[in-house]
Design a protein. Structure first.
Length: 131
């Protein structure tokens, strides 16, 4: 190839390579207010390339207990649907517990939880190094 066709082909190849890297990056949401007893934030790892979400529940205060704070569990990864505006995934609770549907608003960072017993919301932001 020569001339502008060669340049266009090289530019296209570079664009595709950079797009794949960007898509493969896992993003972390940092969320507060999941529980009044939380000692550290809950985080959600969003892996759009693999369509997965993993929840890392923050540690919780355990007054008079050992350890205090007690570490939170990791839940997932869960298969998720990523679209332009939302990320949605479902947690099958098992037993008699109701299944939970999570919806993340990609614009506002609000995470909504819905199940047969109610609705809850938390504010989250993209985790970034602060310095």
């Amino acid at each position: 190839l020569n001339g502008s066709a060669g340049v266009a082909l090289v530019a296209f190849a570079m664009l595709m390579a950079s797009s794949q890297v960007a898509l493969a990056d896992t993003k972390t949401l940092v969320c507060t207010g999941w529980s009044p007893a939380e000692a550290s934030p809950t985080t959600l790892d969003l892996d759009e390339a693999k369509s997965l979400v993993t929840i890392h529940i923050g540690s919780m205060h355990n007054p008079g207990g050992s350890p205090d704070p007690s570490p939170g569990p990791t839940q997932g990864p869960y298969t998720a649907q990523f679209d332009q505006n939302t990320i949605t995934f479902k947690r099958n609770a098992g037993g008699n517990a109701p299944d939970i549907t999570y919806t993340i608003n990609r614009l506002t960072g609000i995470v909504s939880l819905d199940n047969s017993t109610g609705h809850a919301e938390w504010s989250c932001h993209i985790g970034k190094a602060q310095f």
